[in-house]
Design a protein around this ligand. Structure first.
Ligand code: AMP
Ligand code: MG
Length: 394
C-alpha cells in the first residue's frame, strides 16, 4: 500500500514526459485568454510609438515661461491622429490634445486648466518645467525589449499589451488533451429512465468538468459497460485522441472489474493508496499514453481527481493552485487509523471548519454541499474541537 505522497509522485513522473513534450500553437489574442505563453514575446515597436501629449493643453518651450503669466501666440491646433507636426518656433505655442504628437522643439505641455486664451493667444498662469506632460517615445518599452515572458498566464492586461504593440497572434502552449471513460454496466446517462439496479452516471460529467476546470482540454468522454471488448474499444479511441486518459470504476477486488481485467495484462500497477475515500488506484501506460484509473464511487472519483491530478493539470495550465489553508475544527472528529482521510467540509463564518457529510464515498449529494476537503493525517484517530486541520479548497 502506498502513501498519498508516493502515489502523487508516481502520477507526476508518469505525466512529466507528456507535459514536457507539449508544442506551441499560434492563436488570435482573444482565443489565447487563459492560456500560457510558449515563448518570450518581444515588442516589435517602441511604446509609446511616438512622443505625445499627456493632457489637453498647449505645447510650448518651457524656456518661454520664465516669467508668469506668459502670453504666447497660438500658431495651430494638433488633434489626436494629426500627422507629424511642424517644429515649434521659440516664443509660440500650439493647442494640443491628449495623445497627439508633440512637435519637435516643444518640451512641455501646459494643461488647458492652467491657461486662459483669447482669439489668437494663450496666457499661461502656472509655469511648467521641461518634460512635463510629455510622454516620451519608448518611455514604457523599447522595440526589441520583452513585452511578456514565457510561461505567463494570459489575462486581459497581457492581451492589451500585445494589442498595443500591434501584435495579432501569440504562441501559447497546447493544452493537455484528456479523455475520460466511466465504466459500469449499471450506469445510464442522466435523462434515461433507470430500471431497478441502474443508476445515473455522474462520474463522466464530474471528471469531464474537473478536467476543464483545470484549463486542460477534454477531447472525449465515453461510458463503457463492464464488457472487456467495449472497454477495450473505448480505451483504444481514447489513447489515440488524448495525452492522458482517466477512467472511473472497475479496479476493485470484486468480479466484473473491467478496467483491472483489461489494464493489468498491459502492465498496469493496480493497487491501494492509504487514503479514504479513493483507496483503490491504478496507473498504466497504454500505447505511450498514461491511463489513470480512479475507483467508481462518486466521492472517491472526485477526491482522487482533486488530490492526485488537479494539482498537476493546474500547474501544466500555468494557473494558480487551489488554496490549502489551516482552520480550527468546529467540533471533534474521529478517523480510521493508517488511512489519510479527506472529509467533506465547509469553512464557517467564524473561520472554523465543519464537516458537512458522513465519510461514506457514495454520498454524491453531500459532496455537493462541501466547499473543502478536510485533510486528516493517516496516524490520527481523534481530533478535538479547535484543533487546526489542513483544508483543500474544492
Ligand atoms: P466500482 O469502483 O466500479 O466497483 O464502483 C463502485 C461504486 O460506484 C458502485 O456502487 C458503482 O455503481 C458506483 N459507480 C461507479 N461508477 C459510477 C459512475 N460513473 N457514476 C456513479 N456511480 C458510479
Ligand atoms: Mg463497476
Amino acid at each position: 500500500m502506498s502513501t498519498v505522497e508516493e502515489h502523487s509522485r508516481l502520477i507526476e513522473s508518469l505525466l512529466a514526459p507528456v507535459l514536457a513534450s507539449r508544442t506551441a500553437e499560434e492563436l488570435p489574442l482573444l482565443d489565447a485568454l487563459g492560456r500560457v505563453t510558449a515563448t518570450e514575446v518581444l515588442s516589435p515597436v517602441d511604446l509609446p510609438l511616438f512622443r505625445n501629449s499627456q493632457m489637453d493643453g498647449y505645447a510650448l518651450h518651457s524656456a518661454d515661461l520664465a516669467s508668469m503669466p506668459a502670453r504666447l501666440p497660438v500658431v495651430g491646433d494638433i488633434p489626436a491622429a494629426a500627422g507629424a507636426p511642424a517644429p515649434l518656433e521659440r516664443g509660440t505655442a500650439v493647442r494640443i490634445m491628449t495623445g497627439a504628437p508633440v512637435p519637435d522643439g516643444a518640451d512641455c505641455v501646459v494643461p488647458v486648466e492652467d491657461t486662459t486664451h483669447d482669439d489668437h493667444h494663450v496666457t499661461v498662469l502656472c509655469a511648467r518645467a521641461s518634460g512635463e506632460y510629455v510622454r516620451e517615445r519608448a518611455s514604457d518599452l523599447r522595440a526589441g525589449e520583452p513585452l511578456l515572458p514565457a510561461g505567463r498566464l494570459l489575462a486581459a492586461r497581457h492581451l492589451a499589451a500585445l494589442a498595443a504593440a500591434g501584435i495579432t497572434t501569440v504562441a501559447v502552449l497546447r493544452r493537455v488533451r484528456v479523455s475520460v471513460i466511466s465504466t459500469g454496466s449499471e450506469l445510464v446517462p442522466p435523462g434515461a429512465t433507470p430500471v431497478p439496479g441502474q443508476i445515473f452516471d455522474s462520474n463522466l460529467v464530474s471528471l469531464s468538468a474537473a478536467v476543464r476546470e483545470t484549463g486542460a482540454e477534454l477531447v472525449s468522454a465515453e461510458r463503457s459497460d463492464d464488457s472487456l471488448d467495449t472497454f477495450r474499444a473505448i480505451l483504444a479511441r481514447a489513447t489515440a485522441a488524448a495525452d492522458l486518459v482517466i477512467t472511473s470504476g472497475g479496479i476493485s477486488e470484486g468480479a466484473y472489474e473491467v478496467v483491472r481485467e483489461v489494464l493489468e495484462p498491459l502492465g498496469a500497477a493496480v493497487g491501494h493508496v492509504a487514503m479514504q475515500p479513493g483507496g483503490p488506484q491504478s496507473t498504466a501506460v497504454v500505447d505511450g499514453v498514461p491511463v489513470l484509473s480512479f475507483p467508481g464511487n462518486p466521492v472517491s472519483t472526485q477526491v482522487s481527481f482533486a488530490v492526485f491530478l488537479r494539482p498537476v493539470l493546474i500547474a501544466a495550465a500555468g494557473r494558480p493552485q487551489a488554496l490549502v489553508t489551516e482552520h480550527p475544527l468546529d467540533s471533534a472528529l474521529t478517523s480510521i487509523p493508517h488511512r489519510r482521510q479527506f472529509l467533506r467540509g465547509r469553512v464557517t463564518t467564524a473561520g472554523t471548519v465543519a464537516l458537512v457529510s458522513q465519510p461514506s464515498s457514495h454520498l454524491v449529494a453531500a459532496m455537493a454541499r462541501a466547499e473543502v476537503l478536510v485533510d486528516v493525517p493517516a496516524e490520527v484517530t481523534e481530533l478535538g474541537a479547535g484543533h487546526p486541520v489542513r483544508v483543500w479548497v474544492l
